[in-house]
Design a protein. Structure first.
Length: 392
């Protein structure tokens, strides 16, 4: 029994360490070695400014849409080469009426709501520009975002470009804001290294671009279409580049309950994508892409959350054998107590950020369990209730 539990403990510890910390360390070392022996290419980008389409899918966004339009019109890109398209399928508020006030914006609206994927697919046949950029209605872009994204497409091996998502930080951040902000800073660093090694494994829907010719009609029940679409492009042999100077800024979820709603949907969509993209798990065919995909995404959405459970249970028994395991168990208990303190503080609106990080980590992994069961039951609709965002 001891040897079996010992194996479970160390296997779980390795998976958890590698998934959340080790892969980042390994990537850092690989990139350092790559720069030393192969030199980081000093790419000179030619002035590449083709016609582009900026597509904004908006559902009942009357609170944000005018600010989004004004932000889009101020972006640094030749106006004669920029087409701004807003899709408002199913919106029942004043979103379509607000969009109609701006002649520079093309509106696509239909009363029926079928979900974001169906809305985007409906308008793709009208897009003739070689590059299409997708962004959310509740995010604001930095002035040079478009030109920083588009310049990468001067290289024929680039099929998509992912922008950087940033969470608007505030001194009095909620548990959601503090945790989400920390998470995205770490993700941004991993994406920077992923991109330099070969490719980003999935873009965030807040801001990403693709070659229009690479767009494909993905299944209409796909839950995280941005991730699926960009991975399909990578699967075809194109690179997905990360551009940290193309920034999409949004406020955090209003609270942890709203963030959990979003995370459960993403987890269900992640498991769905792993099933549908199972061919990517073949390292003999996809080599580095498989390594990046498994290390950065698959482990987090499958066995890593299970390993948290296995690690704790095995540690409970092993603590009876030695003081070493007793110390590890104490550290685990302290971590979960910190998450509990974060939960209590969030409820009481006491804002001490140090406790919000373990709380957010716990919520993130709990969401994978909830997302798995939701996926198995088929109860996650592609048409979903939006998470409320905090006030900017």
């Amino acid at each position: 029994m001891f040897y079996f539990l010992n194996f479970v403990f160390w296997f779980s510890f390795f998976i958890l360490f590698y998934s959340y910390i080790g892969y980042g360390i390994l990537l850092f070392i690989i990139i350092k070695l790559k720069r030393k022996f192969f030199k980081k290419p000093q790419t000179e980008y030619s002035i590449y400014m083709p016609e582009i389409s900026l597509v904004i899918a908006a559902y009942n966004e009357e609170k944000y849409i005018e600010t989004k339009i004004l932000n889009s019109l101020k972006l640094s890109y030749p106006q004669q080469k920029l087409k701004i398209i807003i899709v408002t399928d199913g919106s029942t508020d004043s979103t379509p009426a607000i969009v109609k006030n701006y002649s520079q914006v093309r509106l696509f609206h239909q009363p029926e709501r079928q979900g974001k994927i169906a809305a985007v697919h409906r308008i793709m046949e009208f897009i003739k520009s070689p590059i299409v950029i997708f962004t959310d209605a509740n995010t604001l872009l930095n002035e040079t975002a478009l030109q920083n994204i588009v310049r990468h497409f001067a290289h024929k091996d680039v099929g998509a470009v992912a922008g950087e998502k940033q969470i608007l930080e505030k001194e009095n951040d909620t548990a959601s804001g503090a945790g989400e902000g920390f998470y995205w800073k770490y993700e941004s660093k991993l994406k920077t290294w992923d991109s330099e090694l070969l490719t980003v494994v999935g873009a965030a829907g807040e801001l990403f671009a693709i070659r229009t010719e690479l767009y494909e009609d993905i299944p209409k029940d796909t839950l995280i279409e941005d991730f699926y679409l960009t991975l399909r492009i990578a699967q075809k042999g194109f690179r997905v580049i990360y551009e940290p100077k193309a920034i999409a800024i949004e406020t955090a979820s209003a609270d942890v309950k709203e963030e959990l709603k979003r995370k459960v949907r993403i987890a269900a969509g992640g498991i769905q994508s792993i099933v549908r993209l199972k061919s990517l798990l073949n390292p003999f065919k996809y080599k580095i892409l498989t390594f990046q995909y498994v290390s950065h995404r698959v482990l987090r959405w499958t066995i890593a959350p299970l390993c948290l459970l296995f690690l704790f249970i095995s540690n409970l028994v092993l603590a009876t054998y030695s003081s070493f395991f007793q110390l590890i168990l104490l550290m685990q208990v302290l971590f979960y107590l910190s998450a509990l303190v974060g939960f209590i503080m969030a409820k009481k609106e006491i804002k001490i950020k140090v406790f919000f990080i373990p709380y957010y980590f716990f919520i993130m992994n709990y969401a994978v369990f909830a997302g798995f069961f939701r996926y198995m039951k088929g109860s996650q609709s592609v048409i979903w209730e939006k998470s409320k965002r905090a006030e900017g």
